[in-house]
Design a protein around this ligand. Structure first.
Ligand code: UD1
Ligand code: PEP
Length: 435
């Protein structure tokens, strides 16, 4: 796997564009299977998970053509219903394909999904939602097999999630779009990526109301239409670069991102001593030209050491768990003691040991990490254990004296187009080893 070398203590300065969102584009690609025709996505990030989803679609019979940052998906000929194990094991979002296959062909099968090792990550809520839409599900030797109970296909129903799972909400949405009748999803996740998925599906001809709320109503339709949609900027990549400038100091501007999707993380950066300015631009996101929300730019300036923070992760609009590790990394170099409570994934402190190798002082008390800031951290040889944990090591290395080598960076490439390109454009001493 690839490795990254970082020479720390250089301030960041300049302007970069933010890649399209990983967690938004993956369910949209799965949803392309629902339409017997062409679906085009623009602003698609060039990341490993997108390559993996492309392979899955191609295996199922959907022709995919990538041109620049666009992907053209022609799902007229989709016939296969087994999602290959190799891809399902390497990516969490692969499980969403099951709902799309049930909606389109009335059956689908796959093994349990992989993704970042940050907790048990069961799929009980996914399967319960599919069952209540009329799927029969059984498991044979670790393979989940789902078929619709009647020839009519899936049927609209009421689904109540006891926890607002992002993936299970996406699963239910994809399965409900072509179901017979109305589906109501209560307790739905409200993450911006869910809202984007609803806008994208409506742009394809689906009928979904309640976007942005915890109750989604889907009127099933018989077929969808050809469509084009622009994927929104990645709020987690933008938040990671926000954490990077907190660690390194400097003055950066992030373009192509909707500031409101990062409201709480940006407020926390201000609380830790940054100056944050947001601006909206006259560009609308939806391909139909309906200006439902706007992309903009975020400027973040930080002089001196950041101050400490107390934060808790939680479902949107609470603090995103995906930014927990990058924030922990800059807080490891802050003035004073911070506390982070992880309330979404039970094993998401896997990067603490590597940060400690870099001189950080962090102790875990059940679900809470207590971080006593030290500056500077020191360069070390460390390993990325997961996607955001790997990005956090890059953030920590920016506040470290000397050189840091981060191994196993394939995890980072699952979600960041090119973290070295972005940070070196801002003046960081960073590069892929071997380049
Ligand atoms: C590809 C993608 O979009 N990944 C994101 C998605 O993951 P993902 O969709 O896996 O996250 P969920 O919202 O489903 O998981 C949240 C919590 O619910 C639990 N749970 C989930 C499903 C289920 O059937 N049963 C169950 O108990 C999980 O174990 C976890 O503790 O949302 C997470 C929470 O914002 C993010 O960190 C991930 O980056
Ligand atoms: C946890 C993440 O990804 P996944 O759900 O794909 O494992 C993430 O993006 O931080």
């Amino acid at each position: 796997m690839s490795a990254i070398r970082v020479t720390g203590l250089l301030p960041l300065e300049g302007e970069i564009s933010i890649q399209g969102s990983k967690n938004a584009v993956l369910p949209m690609m799965a949803a392309a299977l629902l339409h017997r025709g062409l679906t085009v996505l623009t602003n698609v990030p060039k990341i490993r998970d997108v390559a993996c989803m492309t392979r899955i679609l191609e295996h199922l019979g959907c022709a995919c053509i990538c041109r620049g940052s666009s992907i053209f998906m022609d799902a007229r000929e989709v016939q296969r219903t087994e999602i290959p194990e190799e891809y399902v094991r390497s990516m969490r979002s692969s499980i969403i394909v099951l709902g799309a296959l049930l909606g389109r062909l009335g059956e689908g099968s796959c093994c349990y999904p992989g993704g970042c090792l940050i907790g048990a990550r069961p799929i009980d809520l996914h399967l319960a939602a599919l069952k209540s839409l009329g799927a029969q599900i059984c498991e044979e030797e670790g393979i989940i097999k789902a078929v619709t109970r009647t020839k009519k296909g899936l049927e609209g129903t009421e689904i109540l999630f006891a926890y607002p799972s992002v993936g299970a909400t996406e699963q239910a949405l994809l399965a409900a779009v072509l179901a017979d009748g109305v589906t109501v999803i209560r307790g739905a996740a409200m993450e911006p990526e869910i809202s984007q998925l609803c806008h994208f599906l409506n742009n394809m001809g689906a009928v979904i109301c309640g976007t942005g709320t915890s109750t989604l109503m889907i009127q099933g339709v018989q077929c969808l239409k050809d469509s084009t949609f622009r994927v929104e900027g990645d709020r987690i990549a933008a938040g990671t670069y926000g954490a990077a400038v907190m660690a390194a100091g400097g003055d950066i501007t992030l373009k192509g991102i909707r500031p409101s999707s990062l409201r709480l993380p940006l407020m926390l950066l201000e609380q830790a001593g940054a100056e944050v300015d947001c601006a909206e631009e006259g560009r609308t996101l939806s391909a139909t030209g309906i200006g439902w929300e706007q992309e903009g730019r975020i400027r973040i300036r930080r002089e001196g050491r950041p101050g400490p923070l107390n934060l808790k992760t939680g479902p949107y609009p609470e603090f995103p768990t995906d930014l927990q590790s990058p924030f922990m990394a800059f807080l490891a170099a802050a003035r004073g003691t911070s506390r982070i409570e992880e309330r979404v994934f039970e094993e998401r402190f896997g990067t603490v040991g590597e940060l400690v190798k870099m001189g950080a002082s962090i102790r875990i008390e059940e679900k809470t990490a207590v971080i006593c800031g030290k500056y500077p951290l020191r360069g070390a040889c460390v390993k990325a254990a997961d996607l955001r944990g790997g990005a956090a090591l890059v953030v920590g290395a920016l506040a470290a004296e000397g050189e840091t080598i981060i191994k196993d960076c394939g995890h980072i490439e699952r979600g960041y187009e090119d973290i070295c390109r972005d940070l070196s454009a801002l003046g960081a001493g960073i590069g892929w080893i071997g380049e």
